[in-house]
Design a protein around this ligand. Structure first.
Ligand SMILES: [Fe+2]
Ligand SMILES: [Fe+2]
Length: 185
């Protein structure tokens, strides 16, 4: 699948606000890939596709989790967690995509222990793209310019803080990813 094909698909699939967010992730992922010496084409493609499943009906997403099968624990947590792994599965089924791109889409919400540099770039770019506006985002952008791994940890820290403040459950993979990266030199 080419970048242009992906762009056409996503522009037709996502509402305008989410498409604008996606363009921000593309721009940021491209910049980070250049900075950290990763494959720019894969970064642009994964960024363009990362939220593909964001607006798919939740029952359909839960069916994909059961049919594939994906981690059944996903069904016990917030539905917001589904769009990343489900999007990766649906796109992988329908299009010819590099495994590295599919992985970056799959891991963009929770991360994964040991995830690749490309995965890290999409994970961080999603949190810091120019349209994001929340307390601490400027600091996160500075961290991303200094160290990709530190930006992964800082992004996870802020996600976990946010979930703690909302008094909601935290998906174990989010904690496992934090534990993996927090003391990795
Ligand atoms: Fe997402
Ligand atoms: Fe996103």
């Amino acid at each position: 699948m080419t970048y242009e094909e992906a762009r056409t698909l996503i522009e037709q699939t996502l509402p305008e606000k989410r498409f604008i967010h996606t363009l921000g992730v593309v721009e940021t992922a491209e910049r980070l890939a250049l900075k950290y010496g990763e494959n720019v084409e894969q970064a642009r493609l994964a960024a363009m596709l990362h939220d593909y499943a964001k607006y798919i009906d939740r029952e359909e997403m839960r069916r994909v989790v059961v049919d594939e099968p994906l981690d059944p624990l996903l069904l016990e947590f917030d539905d917001e967690l589904l769009h990343a792994p489900v999007g990766a599965v649906l796109l992988d089924r329908a299009y010819d995509l590099d495994a590295a791109v599919v992985s970056a889409i799959k891991n963009h919400t929770t991360g994964e222990p040991g995830m690749s540099r490309l995965d890290q770039i999409i994970f961080v770019a999603d949190a810091i793209e120019p349209n994001r506006n929340y307390p601490g985002v400027e600091r996160l952008r500075e961290t991303a310019d200094a160290s990709l791994e530190e930006a992964v940890v800082a992004t996870l820290r802020q996600t976990i803080h946010h979930l703690l403040n909302k008094s909601v459950r935290i998906f174990p993979l989010t904690i496992e990813t934090y534990n993996y990266f927090v003391n990795t030199p």
